[in-house]
Design a protein around this ligand. Structure first.
Ligand code: P6P
Length: 355
């Protein structure tokens, strides 16, 4: 039986790809070895280290005493806190503490940012993150994620109110997420396209797996928690009725934003978290959930909206501000906006010609 023999050029490609680590890729993207470029590369490397530590914990959580379940506390969001939320939050703090890279860490799990004063004279960056997104999936071994955003430090924040963070999403200099699924994948952008790295446990390295990802202009997937139908504005109900009545749509909803977004990034479609009666501004937090994903999706040729405004233009009133989120393929987000902007009630949307 003939052995599959890689051709020399295939061997060279495979070896080169296996050597394209995250930190090397960041420097390649920046075409620079400046201090700023090195800092950004080092920050991404620390995020990768946090991802490896959390991935390791998740992969054995069922076997580790006290890894799963609730802490019995409620966070600033009013949500019950999982033990994994706290563990992951502490991992990010630990990996950045001695790094000299960031002055502040702003997290879904902390009411106020965590300051690393010894880094502030040096660190010119703030890391905003959701350490475990979708923690309702943790105890049942389904996919969860983390979302991160990197912003430049502006001013010295002497009163600790972090007002310089209350700026629109276009102030982000980098953003990404980690998906803890069958494999651990880190997706990021520094404004030069969207790129995915897969953790190779045998190497302990994130290796480049997809470069310059482009979200399709249209996809069949709509991703929303239809259990909230009774709480939605009529325009959202009209949109849902539309996709229920037209061929070519498929519902997919995993209960973890990162996994649902990852599916849409690669296959197209739209993720929706509209405002509800109980949460008129929606559930998802702007600075460390929606805005980082909006940064990515625009880099990938897609679109993110509050329904009436480009998500990246939204200026938060507070660190934990929420917004409705409609994100994904530009045609599919535009259709949702069409219903929301109420034009659809008078005439058939132009895109209906598609079906
Ligand atoms: P619901 C997880 O708690 C999360 O913040 C996102 O990851 C997810 O998309 C959303 O909430 C799920 O919320 O109301 O559908 O359970």
């Amino acid at each position: 039986m003939s052995r599959l023999v890689e051709q020399p050029e295939e061997q060279e490609y495979a070896l080169d790809r296996d050597c394209t680590t995250l930190s090397r890729h960041v420097l390649q993207q920046l075409h620079s070895f400046s201090a700023d470029a090195q800092d950004l590369s080092a920050i991404m490397n620390r995020i990768a280290l946090a991802a490896k530590l959390i991935s390791r914990r998740l992969s054995r959580a069922g076997l580790v005493e006290g890894a799963l379940g609730f802490t019995g506390n409620v966070n600033v969001q009013g949500e019950s806190v999982k033990k994994m939320d706290i563990y992951a939050n502490d991992v990010f703090i630990s990996v950045f503490k001695q790094s000299g890279l960031v002055c502040r860490l702003a997290s879904e799990e902390m009411e106020k940012p965590y300051y690393i004063p010894e880094n502030c004279p040096i660190g010119r960056y703030t890391l905003l993150y959701d350490p475990i997104d979708g923690s309702s999936n943790v105890d049942i071994n389904l996919d969860v994620g983390a979302i991160f955003s990197i912003r430049k430090q502006e001013g010295n924040d002497i009163d600790g109110e972090a007002r310089d963070l209350l700026q629109d999403g276009r102030k982000q200099i980098a953003a990404g997420y980690i998906l803890y699924g069958p494999s651990t994948v880190l997706v990021y952008s520094i404004g030069t396209g969207v790129h995915a790295f897969t953790l190779d446990p045998s190497l302990g390295e994130f290796i480049l797996s997809s470069e310059n990802i482009q979200v399709p202009d249209h996809g069949s997937i709509y991703s929303v928690n239809e259990g909230n139908f009774w709480q939605w504005d009529e325009s959202i109900r009209d949109y849902i009725r539309y996709v229920h009545r037209h061929e070519g749509y498929t519902a997919r909803y995993g209960g973890a934003l990162v996994g649902d977004f990852h599916r849409i990034l690669f296959q197209g479609g739209v993720f929706l978290y509209p405002g509800t009666l109980k949460k008129p501004q929606g559930k998802l937090r702007l600075l460390y959930e929606s805005a980082p994903l909006a940064f990515l999706v625009e880099q990938a040729g897609g679109r993110a909206s509050t329904g009436t405004q480009n998500l990246l233009d939204v200026v938060p009133e507070a660190l934990h501000s929420r917004t409705p989120l409609f994100i994904g393929s530009k045609e599919d987000v535009a259709l949702v906006e069409y219903f929301i902007q109420d034009r659809a009630r008078e005439s058939e949307p132009a895109v209906m010609a598609r079906s």
